[in-house]
Ligand binder design. Sequence first.
Ligand SMILES: *Cc1c(COP(=O)(O)O)cnc(C)c1O
Length: 449
Amino acid sequence: MSGDFEFYKNEADEISKCKADALTSIKQKRFDTIATHGTYNLAEAMRNNGSIIEPVYMSTAQVFRDSNELEAALSYQIPSWSYSRINNPSIYYLESTLALLEGYQCNLETSCCVTASGMSAIVTVVDALLADNIDANFISSSQVYGGSFQQFSVRQKQKSHNVRWVYPSAPIEEWEAQIDGNTRFIYIETPTNPSLALCDISALAALAHQYGIPLVVDSTLATPALLRPFAFGADIVIHSLSKTITASGVSIGGAIISKKDITANFLTREETADFATYLKLLPNRDNGACLSPLQAFLTLSELRTIRTRINHLSQTTEKVVGFLELHANVEKVYYPGSTQHEQHDLAKSLFKLVDAPNINRYGHLVSFTIKGGLNETKQILSSFNLIFRATDLGRIKSVATIPAISTHQQQGDKGRDLAGIPNNLIRLCAGAEHPQDIIDDLEQALNVV
Ligand SMILES: *Cc1c(COP(=O)(O)O)cnc(C)c1O
């Protein structure tokens, strides 16, 4: 049971070929099939005692047959998982599936690195793109997740990296005016949380590439079932796996998916060729923000039904939006699927239910402002009986919050102005309850003021 380097390399080539075959054959299937099976095919099941479902490898480390195999594995000469901070078979099943779903019908090769949380995915990408230059800057949509806002304006600032904010729907010239020789990337979220504004991904990707820099898209709210930013030219896609992808709310996790040969002329060829794998094998190995195999398994289990789920949740949300738009105590509703949304045409071109090209779906996040101030808004939020008050979203249970006093409280009045978050705004993420029960709860709460 031992061999020389050559033996292990040949054996590894064989296993790699099996894995590559599994990828090639699943890649030809439709979205739901990929989400359901991922890269865990019959051959893979047979290597795992015939288990129908991907096993959870809780083991910290892998045993090696002799010194040669150990040496080949630890120098990355043969594929191995070695130690669960670096890699793990359960992590592979999730990463390979996410890479396929994000790259679906984009005619691209993609790879994925999962991380301990959405924030660690963001930091891993941003740090790697800014590493070469102490005075580096980057451009970000001024409407980003509260944690991203703090990361960019506080943590990156501590490293002398400057963020330049641009309003998401600003004309392309405004984005371009912020670019200089030290600009390392453009960062957007689409749609934004909590204001549901959109960025023109194609136009921003073309702009970024003109300057040799990548476009990074946080696509958490859309999920690959509604939007694949690679199809519009993005280089790197980030997800918080803690939200709609794992809607049951049992896991915190993040993912970075990159296409091959990202545009980033300030990085080395080794870094740009397969950016997500580079992050996985080097910076993320050293920083240690790995995902637990159990969390990977929980996320993978929910990922299988993502398309059906987002379709259902979006339809419920459309009904809720219809109700809110007609209620006398509601000032304004923010939902990209509403014909009243300023960027509804752009929304229609971006968000389509995958494998159903004629069906637009817009996700389950909606925000609305109340006629009145913070006091009335707090009174309404306090009156929900069914909808949970929580700083959470993407849940299978309806959750709501007032961003100004919760998720976006730390960024202050100025930061909230910049992000367009008024005090009287309620963010609601509709769950899988019967739509009428959600509407009834909203109605009785709205009527208390
Ligand atoms: C929640 C969220 C994040 C952060 O993810 P965590 O898993 O909580 O670290 C990033 N971006 C968006 C859009 C989010 O909603």
